[in-house]
Design a protein around this ligand. Structure first.
Ligand code: FEO
Length: 169
């Protein structure tokens, strides 16, 4: 496969891996703080990110490239509040969307339309993820940080996770 594209896809593997590690750290923080609904949601989301990474592994190797296991960077382990966690996630996902768009642009420049078509799945996924986390943030902002309301929010995260799992079958 095109070497420039292969290198860029391996860079995306690093990012998806880091996303998985980041959400795992956030899940652990939330669990320790007693936000069990958010923790379960974040553990599941960490797994999803691993899935995004593995999809890239298989694609690169199937196309004759070599998918590289990335180095492990430790993410931030401590957060000020549950709002802080979801604000960070939203910013992180916007950055990921930008990177995916850059990748699509590179494929276009390199005339690698097969990879460009493969990446459409990620483009759609990023739209969904940005919407999901923007909605969660809106809800948190509406609640305004009141402790009792945060626990109400937390049980809603548990329901959101169940709904997502049901939708995925
Ligand atoms: Fe792999 Fe959250 O995007």
């Amino acid at each position: 496969m095109n070497k420039k594209v292969e290198k860029a896809l391996n860079k995306q593997i690093e990012l998806e891996h880091f996303s998985s590690q980041l959400y795992l750290a956030m899940a652990s923080w939330a669990e320790k703080k007693g936000y069990n609904g958010s923790a379960n949601f974040l553990y599941a989301h960490s797994e999803e990110e691993r899935g995004h990474m593995l999809k890239l592994f298989h694609y690169i190797n199937d196309r004759g490239g070599h998918a590289i296991v990335p180095k492990v960077d430790q993410p931030v382990l401590d957060y000020k509040s549950i709002q802080d966690v979801f604000k960070e996630i939203y910013e992180h996902e916007k950055m990921i969307s930008k990177e995916i768009n850059n990748l699509v642009g590179l494929c276009y420049d390199e005339r690698d339309f097969t990879t460009q078509s493969f990446l459409q799945w990620y483009v759609t996924e990023q739209i969904e993820e940005e919407n999901l986390f923007s909605n969660i943030l809106d809800k948190l902002n509406l609640l305004g940080g009141d402790k009792a309301k945060m626990y109400m929010f937390d049980s809603e995260m548990e329901k959101l996770l169940s709904a997502q799992q049901e939708a995925e079958g």
